[in-house]
Design a protein around this ligand. Sequence first.
Ligand code: NAG
Ligand code: NAG
Ligand code: NAG
Length: 630
Amino acid sequence: METFLVHFIFIFLCSVLQQCESRWIERGTFRSFTTLRKLHIDNNFIKILPDDVFAVNNSLEILTLRYNEISELHPQVFQQLGKLLELDLSNNELSSIDAATLQTLSRLTYLNLRGNKISLLGENNIPQFPFLSTLNLENNLLEYIVPGTFALTPQLQNLYLSRNKLRYLTNGTFDGLSRLLALTLVGNQIGGMDSNVFIGTGNLTSLDFRGNRFNKFDKKVLRSLQNLKHIYFDSFEMCIFAPHVRVCEPKSDGISSQEHLLDNLVLRTSVWIMASVGCVGNVMVLLGRFIGGPTNNVVHSLYIKNLALSDLLMGIYLFAIASVDYRYRGEYLQHQWRWRHSTLCNICGFLNTLSCESSVLILSLVTWDRFVSVTQPLARKQPSPRAASFTLIFLWTLAAIVATIPLTSVGEEYFGNDFYGSNGVCLPLYIHNPFAKGWLYSILLFICVNALALLFICYAYSRMIREIHKSTKACRSTQQSQDRDKVAQRFGIIVLTDCLCWVPVIIIKVAALSGMQPSETYHRFVYATLAIYVMPINSALNPILYTLTTTLFKKQIKRFFDSCLRSRRPCHSDGLHNSGCDSGYSHSLSLFPKRESARKILTYRVSLIQGTQTSLTTTKNSSCKRPTAV
Ligand SMILES: *[C@@H]1O[C@H](CO)[C@@H](O)[C@H](O)[C@H]1NC(C)=O
Ligand SMILES: *[C@@H]1O[C@H](CO)[C@@H](O)[C@H](O)[C@H]1NC(C)=O
Ligand SMILES: *[C@@H]1O[C@H](CO)[C@@H](O)[C@H](O)[C@H]1NC(C)=O
């Protein structure tokens, strides 16, 4: 009968008092419910709990007052609750708790004070709770915990202190917690701790340190925690401070893990492949252009050579990373700090930045060159090789300065000493912690320069396509429109690869800056793909786009092999192929034909864009005819 009654009252009270928007509770409201076991008064607007609401000597075991507006507890309010086991005061407005108020709750095992406004915890706040096993103080405003605060709660096993404002853990903070098993300190502002802070908590098995400020501490701190089985940090690098802990999270940052610089097999293989493609392609371009001898467009050839050189640096960078990964295979954690702060890592970062920036600048220059040739063919005056060299030297210097600044002693204060060494692949992307030292510079590098260049390239190529579209309208042959489509296609691919390379970087940087907190897996995925696939993609593709796939290059290669096989005669003496031979495969932007008819100019434009411009004699009689070498 009694249980039935209690049950009835319980259901009744639950339905009545939860979410019925009560603002206050009358004195003695529950005075007659001496047998009540559970009472839930959640989701109301209760501000004050009078001191004699509960029946004398009642049997209440569970009391929840979640989501109210209680800012103060009357000193005698819990006087009759000597049998209470669980008290939940989460999400109220309490700014402090008083040991005197709570001390009558001598049988309490569970106390939840989550989501209040408690800012200080000392001996006066936590009374003797001989049976308390769980104490939740998450989401408060705790700045400091006085040493000895938990001295009278010897049975405490779970202590939740996440999302407070703790700055420092002093000796004695956790004194008396010899049975503590789990401690969470997530999302505080802890910048350091005394080396003996965990001396009395030898039974601790799980410790969560994520979202704090410190990035290193004394190895001695965790030494007394011999039973620790799980520990959680922000970065896997911190695991070096907990060598005896069986599970240390996170295991990796997406690129590196505790074992390897490049964590997974796909990544490891891709680095070698991307490095090889980047190096081989660009070396081929460079060799081809040097061996190929003089061309009749020296300037354009110069641009392409420089572009190849800049992309080659990316290949070298990838090779360096791949080799270091090979060297530290299996034992990366021990070496990671030294590696990230080494000269080689700085050089890698420098190479990567230099390559990216110079590549972007030279691509913009090439685009500018084409743009001017196409939009103002008659006014166009080809820059002299000298002027072009100066422009290139200027761009290289600019890129080099940008890449060097973080390494100079001048920048040390702003950049800290691991701008490039912020991760294992020495890439200052700053996605994990977008506001770490030097973040503005990172924005400048990865957002501003790239975005401007990208906008310009997109604009220029769309203008060029429109220009060609307009001029080819006059000649309505199907051949001509086919050519136009090919041009558009080629442009499309060039712009697309640039976008592929830069847009993801820009988007992800912006997302990181705007405070998006995506999942850990997302972070890992992003970092790895950006570093190994996205950023180097242009370097690997540029030689293909700008040289290797052009018809003239193929022709030239074929001719080179043919002539070598046939007679080993020098190319030039072959009278039949004379014109093709010394025109080379790189005169895609040869000098503009002066005083030619407008129609010839149109044809010229098309061939110009395709990078397949044939010698002018072929176009002379063809007007709207398709250029011979497409
Ligand atoms: C409370 O109950 C206990 C026994 O459980 C009894 O000894 C005591 O006298 C009661 N006190 C009051 C005030 O009823
Ligand atoms: C903490 O304890 C250690 C060892 O007893 C001692 O060396 C250190 O000075 C103490 N720190 C503070 C702030 O008391
Ligand atoms: C662990 O807890 C047991 C009681 O459960 C206690 O006797 C022992 O001293 C504790 N160990 C340490 C290292 O504090």
